[in-house]
Design a protein around this ligand. Sequence first.
Ligand SMILES: Nc1ncnc2c1ncn2[C@@H]1O[C@H](COP(=O)(O)OP(=O)(O)OP(=O)(O)O)[C@@H](O)[C@H]1O
Ligand SMILES: [Mg+2]
Length: 368
Amino acid sequence: MSDVKRETLLEALKTVIHPKSGKNLVELGMIQGLVVKDGAVGFALNIDPSEVDEMEKVRLACDDLLLQVYGVEKVTSVLTAERDGKSEPPKPGFGEKRTFGGHGTPPPQEGPAGIPGVKYVIAVASGKGGVGKSTTSINLALAFSKLGLKAGIFDLDIYGPSVPRLMGIPDARPESLEDGKITPLKNHDLVSMSIGYLMEKDAATIWRGPMVMGAIQQMVRDVKWDLFGPVDILVLDLPPGTGDAQLTMVQNIKLDGAVIVSTPQDLALIDARKAITMFDKTNTRVFGILENMSYFICPHCGERSNIFSHGGAHLTADEKGLDFLGAIPLDMDIRQTADEGNPIVISQTENPLTKAYIEIADTILEKL
Ligand SMILES: Nc1ncnc2c1ncn2[C@@H]1O[C@H](COP(=O)(O)OP(=O)(O)OP(=O)(O)O)[C@@H](O)[C@H]1O
Ligand SMILES: [Mg+2]
């Protein structure tokens, strides 16, 4: 079966009227990033932030309508509120400048936004995919919690969110609050948010850049991070890569610093250098490099093997004038506990690797 045409969808959406202006959504240019692939439709509804409640109903109506179109099997939509001169100022909190941190000169105009209800925000990035950013993010967040801080984890990986699984609550869903905000999801004494809690599995894989940023801005603005008390430190799990999408995220959220994760191979290190450059460009402080899957200790004979060679991250850190934050080995328990949603720092308190994560978290705190 050939795919549904965008034009057909737009025709359908032209029948939806914006309540205040009486004009249709397409005419008003409110439908953005409309994509369709294999019967799955995605779009963003760009709204005035003051109309969020009414427009949420309109969004649901659009979803219902599109589901009636022959060939449409699934619809994923989000509200976005991009600022464009005409829009209202964002809700209080978003766009506020924070007074701590003190790194770099903010870009002209608006500058990156702090996350309301959160004191420190740090990013975990790598450049290369699959090197263990998410695993590191969750274990560091748990380590901060063990050090007595109220910690959280914010999954910015729209295409491959892994936080719901790592948190051990893959089927959790946020609740809406009266002020239009949504609740973060809590487990293991951590608060968390991820697009994975908000949509059907794999639904986001058809999204394009502007929709991704819209969804992230919406999460930044609308999550009531401090619902269970003020958050001392929020760990951002960045998606792999150093392209425009990552750069925009780093520019749009005010960061107090970043941790670069790399495996020891040359290829991963090249990407780690790109990530460092990306943070330099945005005047974000880099705390240092963490070498993940650094070596392997045979559980049977205890012999150590440097599977991906070893020490490259330390050398790269030296070369870039950065600190080396520590080495975490390739370890079955790290993978298994992460897969089970019960990461090692919480489930194996006596494991030396738990202590290693806590030491790294402690080093970062000292730097903050
Ligand atoms: N130190 C480690 N020892 C053993 N397995 C690990 C380690 N670190 C990560 N893994 C495993 O490697 C895989 C990839 O890790 P993870 O998802 O954290 O990487 P990522 O960098 O976030 O990937 P992506 O780029 O896809 O977001 C997972 O199965 C994870 O359990
Ligand atoms: Mg990841």
